[in-house]
Design a protein around this ligand. Structure first.
Ligand code: FUB
Length: 346
């Protein structure tokens, strides 16, 4: 459940540590009183995170002690088939319980050269700027899905086209005959400063990005990955590179690991089983206030394929760094406020 401007999901004050001030400053007085007396029954359910619209493909960024989640939006009508997706939206939290709705931060209209469809985006911060990578349908000059990059001085936007042209167009990759093989960018900046963008449908590809984050730095490579479908997402932990992805159809989330950002990849298994009604499930990971989180989408609000909802689960890595099989819950993570959560502002 999400309440706009974030005061839902407050638990008893006994669970609140020393950053109380930051959290309380985000709460409206009436909610504050209710919360302090533990009187928000039913305000604890966490999944799906957003209940007033359908949100998809969550990707996350931790910045200034705040966790930002960018999503797509399903606008397909009840009973409808296929995607109607026009925009990317932003939410944030200080404690994994109370979410603030920051509204629309972009969409296919961000790019003058695009004509429709805002699919699964990714957001990255570098050198004080925020980069939003989005797959959109290119206009007739370069038909098919393309990946654009937009930039802003704040995660709240406004995001503007950083190049005036697409970073990737359909004619740059020829491995699959369809027009949607260049979707789902997952951008990762390694500790040595090298940035990589993984992307693709059916065939996984990656390309290095220049330090300016808006130009390719070399050729596009393909990667053979077991039962790869889409949604590649790269993260690093304790020197190990984790490449998670949607696998099979209907999709499960699986992962592989490697000693470098470019492989060689060893398949490690399934992280989350398929949804009941929607054939997709698109993931991302975050470390936030000392805990590990797995974001994904499901069909819990709609019982339908094309009306999906972002959700999150807390999990722990195994002693050898393995990611466990994660179950979907409606309760979601426990409260996890940290020491200093920056105000979200432009
Ligand atoms: O949301 C549109 C598409 O469905 C995404 O690009 C894929 O990852 C799948 O979730």
């Amino acid at each position: 459940m999400l309440t706009t401007k974030g005061f839902a999901r407050w638990r008893s004050p006994s669970s609140a540590p020393s950053n109380l001030e930051a959290i309380l400053s985000n709460m409206k007085p009436i909610a504050l009183l209710l919360a302090l007396f533990g009187a928000l029954p039913g305000a604890y359910a966490a999944n799906p995170i957003v209940t007033d619209i359908f949100t998809t493909d969550p990707t996350v960024l931790v910045d200034g002690g705040r966790l930002y989640m960018v999503t797509g939006r399903d606008e397909t009508k009840k009973g409808g088939k296929g995607y109607t997706m026009n925009e990317w939206r932003l939410y944030s939290t200080c404690d994994m319980q109370s979410w603030v709705d920051h509204g629309v931060v972009g969409g296919w209209r961000t790019f003058a050269w695009a004509k429709s469809d805002a699919y699964a985006p990714d957001i990255v911060k570098r050198n004080g700027k925020y980069y939003l990578y989005g797959p959109v349908q290119h206009d007739a000059t370069k038909p098919g899905f393309a990946i654009g990059v937009a930039v802003a001085a704040s995660p709240l936007g406004p995001f503007k086209d950083a190049r005036g042209s697409a970073l990737i167009t359909d004619d740059m990759t020829r491995e699959t005959p369809n027009g949607w093989d260049d979707i789902d960018p997952g951008v990762f900046v390694d500790d040595d400063g090298q940035a990589y963008m993984y992307f693709g449908n059916k065939v996984l590809k990656y390309v290095k990005l220049k330090p300016n984050m808006i130009e390719l730095d070399g050729p596009i490579y393909t990667v053979g990955l077991f039962e790869f479908e889409e949604a590649p997402y790269l993260h690093k932990r304790n020197g190990v590179y984790y490449l998670s992805y949607a696998s099979r159809l209907p999709e499960v989330i699986a992962y592989a690991t490697a000693p470098s950002p470019t492989g060689p990849w060893t398949y490690r298994g399934v992280i989350m089983e398929k949804n009941k009604f929607t054939h997709t499930i698109h993931q991302s990971f975050a470390e936030f206030n000392g805990k590990s989180y797995f974001f994904y989408h499901n069909d819990a609000l709609s019982n339908a394929d094309f009306r999906r909802s972002a959700a999150v689960e807390e999990f722990s890595y195994g002693k050898n760094g393995e990611i466990p099989l994660i179950a979907q819950t409606s309760s979601g993570p426990k409260p996890n406020p940290g020491l200093g959560c920056a105000k979200a502002s432009r």
